[in-house]
Design a protein around this ligand. Structure first.
Ligand code: PEP
Ligand code: MG
Length: 777
């Protein structure tokens, strides 16, 4: 339908609206913008604004309260209340009618303010003579940053249109506060609307360590410069055009041939559905009709959604609301022409990356040398992005609610990954404390690293094999000087994720060859492609799955696509060029799968012979213990493999029926629980009896306290992330395995949820060297 200019009529079926009132609100908005343009001191401008609103709305009182640090609201300007109360009257969030609006974000509209249950009397204002009260929240970035009120002597309920008009004015005032137009940022820099105050948010520890740097939003914020519609018809036109373009772009996105089925498609499908929702667009149109520009109207509807987001606990509904938030951002980008992604070359040298969530591929794309820390609103400990961050030694926090809204790009942020704290705009004291903590840690690490050449042997003389987990060429840069025995897990899929196309045979062969050359004589345990679940290749179609973690992934996918597996094996064998080679298969569930994969190795060996190329001097083929079913086939599998590598990340999620990527469950169960430790103990005994080498390469091995439990249970080979090698070695060099083993055996039958506290106490009593943060649960 062609948009109309001039007078706007309601769409058929909508509630009738008072168009005089709306014309009034538009007039008022225009005058607001005029006042914004006059060179005035912020306070004088604010005083004029409240006068204008009072006159326009025929109210005897109009007041603005702004939220200040410490959850306080302060009267910033008033027309009608006692002038002496300005900047004097303050109330807590939740206190009185104004405080309750700030606490809930809800409008209060009452004909008899004094008998309202939340009423609180402030004698200095002289407001007792006003019966009617209408107050609306000023919203920005999903938070209430102030309250705008009007009051009248005569008892009356304000009409819906009056409420709407005041809300729209509130949207503009919130933006004007944020830009410093209504309060001097130097004096009132701590108004929540300006978000300059320093405070702390809590989250979950994903990767330990501390970091300080400048905030960088993975998705850039959108700045709205035009707030008010010069002409409503033109604005509706702009909106309709942007909506049409944006819907077409969503359709295009969903129908892109290379998108393929899978989780991505589901997300885009859901977004497309919302994009076509007439209710959402109608709500934005109605807001434009009150006089806001198209982008300000989208922002206003978005703020309402964000406010709801803050109050909803149900994760499913939160996700849907979050989708709406994403959608609003996409529409805003259409309207303002602002880009969806940053130019990576703008990344500051010391960056703290903030995102709702990231994939491992997203993280890999950044210049790692600049990323000092990561903050996610979601995230979980064994998700692959966390594993990559750990491998890169980047401190990381997850589940930091509201982080994206709280930080402006360029803000100074400090991450305490040991305790799960995010400090926003830290004060100088906090900043200094972080800088000295970083220095102390670097020094401690330097000292630990001097022990690199010391043997990896326990106090009672038991040698423990220590290898590194790796995924990229750069992981091998310091292998020879690290003191590690080799690479105990090479995650080949991460390099596949980091490309725009599937690497062909020559590309793979070259790549594996350079890895082997870098490793020199040290062994590398190559894991064949472990794709699927939260590791998707951008160029491969995979079907949508209800439970991708338990779905078509890893060896399952490879046995269904034997060409791909054969090509990878061929590349590995050619790259080895006669040198020793170790290969293992991920997610093997039954012996027959291992046999099928092993048969492909044999076929590739035959092919080497046919091509006249040398076989590896020694070939070891092993299996990852990740799926519990394999445990009950140990006699058969142990006869067929050269080694077993325990993938504790996946094993734990399957044993405990607990999705490793689900932030809701990330702290629910502990790997240091009698169940998992008993399982590992039995596995150790069975491998030992069969004479098959067992190593652990999951994240457990990289955490010194968990590694202590593993060696106490009899594990003799650990494969760890590079940054954790020194702390793990320091731990094992300070432990006597005999008594630790005896102690652990007394714990396995306990009913404790976790044995962490007992093991921490044991470590403390026996002077076992652990990093400071590890003593905390
Ligand atoms: C594991 O599951 O423990 C493992 C090492 O594999 P990934 O984390 O890559 O799934
Ligand atoms: Mg795994």
């Amino acid at each position: 339908m062609a948009p109309r200019h001039g007078a706007v009529e309601p769409p058929a079926g909508d509630k009738p609206r008072n168009y005089d009132q709306m014309a009034g609100s538009r007039r008022l908005l225009r005058r607001l913008i005029e006042v914004a343009a006059i060179p005035l001191e912020p306070q004088e401008r604010l005083d004029r604004v409240v006068r204008m609103i009072a006159t326009d709305m025929v109210a005897e009182v109009c007041s603005v309260y702004a939220q200040r640090a410490g959850d306080l609201l302060e009267l910033f300007a008033t027309e009608g209340l006692a002038p002496g109360a300005v900047h004097r009257v303050r109330m807590r969030v939740g206190e009185g009618l104004v405080g309750s609006i700030a606490a809930t974000g809800q409008v209060v509209n009452t004909a008899d303010a004094q008998s309202h249950p939340n009423f609180r009397y402030f004698p200095e204002t002289g407001e007792e003579i006003y019966h009617s009260f209408l107050g609306v929240p000023l919203l920005r970035s999903g938070r209430v940053t102030g309250v705008l009120t009007v009051q009248n002597r005569a008892p009356r309920h304000y009409s819906d249109d009056e409420v709407e008009a005041l809300e729209v004015i509130g949207t503009v005032l919130a933006e004007m506060f944020a830009s410093g137009g209504l309060a001097d940022p130097k004096v009132y820099g701590y108004i929540a609307g300006l978000r300059r105050e320093s405070y702390r948010l809590e989250g979950t520890r994903l990767v330990e360590g501390v970091a300080i740097g400048r905030a960088w939003l993975h998705e850039p914020q959108i700045v709205i410069n035009r707030l008010i519609a010069e002409n409503v018809g033109t604005e509706l036109n702009r909106l309709d055009l942007a909506v049409a373009r944006f819907r077409a772009s969503m359709d295009e996105l969903v129908e892109r041939p290379d998108l393929g089925p899978g989780e991505h498609r589901d997300v885009f499908e859901a977004l497309r559905m919302f994009a076509h929702d007439p209710g959402w667009v109608r709500r934005i149109r109605e807001t434009v009709e009150t006089g806001l520009s198209a982008e300000a109207a989208v922002r206003r509807v978005q703020e309402e959604t964000r406010l709801k987001l803050g109050h909803v606990a149900d994760p499913y509904i939160r996700e849907r609301l979050q989708d709406l938030d994403d959608l609003a951002n996409r529409l805003l980008r259409q309207l303002t022409g602002q880009a969806l992604h940053h130019d990576p070359s703008d990344l500051p040298a010391e960056t703290i990356l903030i995102a709702r969530n990231l994939s491992a591929a997203d993280l890999i794309e950044y210049d790692r040398s600049r990323i000092k820390g990561i903050v996610l609103e979601e995230g979980s400990r064994t998700a692959h992005v966390t594993i990559v961050a750990r491998a890169l030694d980047i401190p990381m926090l997850g589940r930091v609610d509201g982080a994206m809204a709280a930080a402006d790009p360029g803000d100074l942020l400090a991450i305490d990954g040991d305790h799960g704290h995010l400090f926003l705009r830290p004060t100088e004291d906090v900043e200094q404390a972080f800088l000295s903590s970083i220095m102390i840690r670097q020094e401690r690490r330097r000292i630990l690293e001097t022990q690199r050449s010391l043997p990896s042997v326990t106090l009672d003389g038991v040698p423990i094999g220590l290898s590194l987990n790796a995924a990229f060429l750069i992981d091998l840069a310091h292998l020879d000087e690290s003191g590690a025995d080799g690479i105990g897990l090479f995650r080949t899929e991460l390099t596949f994720m980091n490309r725009s196309r599937y690497p062909d045979l020559p590309a793979q062969t070259d790549y594996y060859r350079s890895i082997m050359e870098k490793a020199g004589d040290l062994p590398i345990l190559f894991r064949t492609l472990d794709v699927g679940s939260d590791k998707q290749l951008p160029y491969w179609r995979t079907p949508a799955e209800e439970n991708p973690a338990m779905g078509w992934r890893a060896i399952r996918m490879m046995l269904d696509r034997p060409i791909v597996l054969r090509e990878q094996l061929r590349a590995l064998l050619r790259a080895a060029n006669g040198r020793p080679l170790c290969v293992m298969f991920p997610m093997v569930t039954e012996v027959a799968e291992f046999e099928a994969a092993r048969a492909l190795v044999d076929r590739e060996l035959d092919r080497l012979d046919r091509d006249g190329l040398p076989r590896p001097e020694r070939l070891e083929v092993g299996v990852m213990m990740e799926v519990p079913a394999l445990f009950w086939q140990l006699p058969a599998i142990l006869r067929r493999v050269d080694f077993v590598s325990l993938g504790s990340n996946d094993l734990f999620q399957f044993l405990y029926a607990c999705d490793r990527g689900n932030p809701q469950l990330s702290d629910r169960y502990d790997v240091l629980s009698p169940g998992l430790l008993s399982f590992i103990h039995d596995l150790v005994e069975r491998c030992r009896a069969a004479g098959v080498r067992l190593s652990v390469c999951g994240e457990m091995a990289s955490r010194p306290l968990e590694a202590m439990a593993l060696i106490g249970l009899g594990v003799r080979h650990l494969s760890v992330t590079a940054a954790d090698l020194a702390p793990v070695k320091a731990m094992l060099r300070s432990v006597a395995i005999g008594p630790l083993h005896d102690y652990l055996m007394t714990l396995l039958e306990l009913s404790d949820h976790s044995l962490r506290g007992r093991l921490q106490a044991y470590a403390l009593d026996h002077q076992i060297v652990l990093p400071p943060g590890v003593y905390r649960p």
